[in-house]
Design a protein. Structure first.
Length: 161
């Protein structure tokens, strides 16, 4: 029984460490102006937030205005934000209209069929990841509910101190 309890307590810590130790490699995607840009070109001096979303995802479009507020508040403090649309061929054309309607000011890239997202085995929409200056994943959040943006701000404030 002691061995089982020890194993149960150790496994979550291991997975937490493994998630935090993951590094996101540089990638290149098209933005909404159909220009190719890389993660290295867009990343922040201190932190980079990547939000994987889709036009058909209601929690995604609910989160985006909140993320835009966070971006505007912290962009001068070394934060960059990148929204990556994972819409497929049928809905990718809706991305610019959604971005304009929501008044999004941060970088929006198009990843048809979620190639980047799938590379790192993120599976829910939206999925928000936070990277440090070395592209190491320091925070992951799946889904979006009212109040989640306050948690995001707390993590950002702690990391930027």
């Amino acid at each position: 029984m002691k061995i089982l309890r020890s194993l149960v307590l150790t496994v979550p810590v291991f997975f937490l460490y493994a998630a935090q130790a993951q590094v996101i490699d540089d990638f290149e995607l098209e933005n909404v102006d159909n220009e190719w840009v890389s993660l290295e070109e867009l990343k922040g001096e201190q932190l980079t937030i990547i939000d994987f979303w889709a036009t058909w995802c209601k929690p995604c479009t609910k989160a985006m205005p909140k993320l835009n507020e966070i971006y505007k508040e912290f962009k001068d403090d070394g934060l960059s934000m990148i929204g990556i649309s994972c819409d497929g061929p049928r809905s990718i054309a809706k991305v610019p209209a959604v971005v304009n309607t929501l008044g999004i000011e941060y970088h929006i890239l198009k990843d048809i069929d979620c190639e980047v997202m799938n590379t790192y085995q993120f599976q829910a929409f939206p999925t928000l990841i936070m990277l440090d200056s070395e592209n190491e994943v320091i925070y992951v959040h799946e889904g979006f509910s009212t109040g989640d943006d306050r948690e995001f701000k707390q993590v950002i404030e702690q990391r930027l101190k």
